[in-house]
Design a protein around this ligand. Structure first.
Ligand code: FAD
Length: 330
């Protein structure tokens, strides 16, 4: 029997982990992740002892394969339904009536699901892939932690513009990859005074600056400290990506106060995060991008839509297409 094919996956978010799990046992798989943690945009952060999901807020579950995996994750206690209603601000009862998909979250934090998925994965952290060189079947990668390879296949799952910058010109799907458009997002995290109870768990906000407010403490398994996660709206975020972060923070605090008055201490303690690539404005319209000649691929939310579930689907479908090639002997 020939040696298993060596596959390098760039990125340990939902797409990278899904792909690694789908190829497990069929290939020798390594993941390279630029940051020190798992989950990519499924992110949880602690600020002075309070946890905030500052990336994906929740996820939908429509795909049967995704549901199968989540049933197992739920049995292990790392996923739960988040049933609370989402209201509209300013109040618009007619908009609140629209049927919503069931919403799920990781427990006790959004990263709990990717951490659970990563249990048997071989991940090298703090390894930002800077370039890929070589020939099909013999790829090498330069990372800030050193040279890695050779690999038979390389699959990039970074946000589309970052994957586009990494994959060599020979990758046949560059046009589709470059056509993907992503929006930025600023996320403000605010710890409220004990006992504060804004009259909703989450709100879609029709405002020139912000688009979403949620009370992270209403999600299952969170701390009982009232706290807000606020997202700026995509258009405003894009226009402010290069604006000094303190200015952006002040404008977002001002916007939050139109709906929830913040005390001086609450405003002072607010922490902001800038996501240069947060959501997908225009997807590739193809579930994944696989170049069988170059032994290279790309998957992730940018291929389908800006959702956790779409990242899962993109990677699962790429794995289905890749597995027959991995079984071929050389
Ligand atoms: C603020 C915000 C709110 C959101 N809200 C929702 C929501 O409510 N519901 C929903 O379904 N989705 C939401 N999303 C979108 C959702 O988070 C993404 O669609 C999904 O997590 C994408 O997964 P992915 O694996 O494709 O990409 P990512 O999660 O971005 O994973 C890519 C990984 O690649 C790594 N990487 C990048 N470049 C390199 C490199 N050169 N070398 C090595 N590693 C690299 C990154 O560090 C990252 O870990 C939100 C996103 C944001 C930012």
């Amino acid at each position: 029997m020939s040696d298993p094919k060596r596959v390098a996956i760039i990125g340990a978010g939902m797409a990278g982990l899904t792909l690694a799990r789908a190829l497990a046992g069929q290939a020798s798989v390594r993941i390279f992740e630029k940051s020190g943690s798992i989950g990519g945009r499924m992110a949880t952060r602690r600020i002075e002892g309070v946890s905030f999901d500052h990336g994906a807020q929740y996820f939908t579950v429509r795909d049967p394969q995704f549901r199968d995996m989540l049933d197992k994750a739920a049995a292990d206690g790392v996923v739960e339904r988040w049933n609370r209603d989402i209201v509209s601000l300013p109040a618009a009862p007619e908009r609140d009536q629209r049927p919503d998909d069931a919403r799920y979250v990781g427990t006790p934090g959004m990263t709990s699901l990717p951490k659970w998925m990563a249990r048997d994965c071989d991940i090298t952290f703090n390894a930002r892939v800077a370039s890929i060189s070589g020939t099909p079947g013999n790829w090498a990668m330069t990372t800030n932690a050193g040279e890695e390879g050779p690999f038979d296949w390389v699959v990039a799952t970074a946000p589309a513009p970052q994957s586009a910058a990494l994959l060599p010109p020979a990758f046949v799907h560059h046009e589709a990859l470059h056509a993907i458009r992503m929006n930025g997002c600023f996320t403000l995290m605010v710890t409220l005074q004990p006992g504060a109870t804004p009259p909703f768990a989450a709100a879609r906000v029709d405002d020139p600056v912000i688009g979403w407010i949620s009370r992270n403490d209403t999600k299952p398994g969170r701390d009982h400290v009232p706290c807000l996660v606020v997202n700026a709206n995509p258009e405003w975020s894009d226009r402010h990506l290069e604006v000094p972060i303190e200015t952006v923070r002040a404008r977002m605090i001002e916007a939050v106060c139109r709906y929830i008055p913040l005390g001086a201490a609450e405003a002072e303690g607010a922490v902001i995060k800038r996501w240069r690539y947060a959501n997908v404005a225009r997807a590739a319209g193809q579930p994944f991008l696989l170049d069988e000649e170059q032994h290279m691929g790309c998957c992730g939310d940018g291929c389908i839509a800006g959702r956790v579930e779409a990242a899962f689907q993109s990677a699962s479908l790429l794995a289905d297409a890749l597995l027959p090639a991995l079984r071929e002997t050389t």
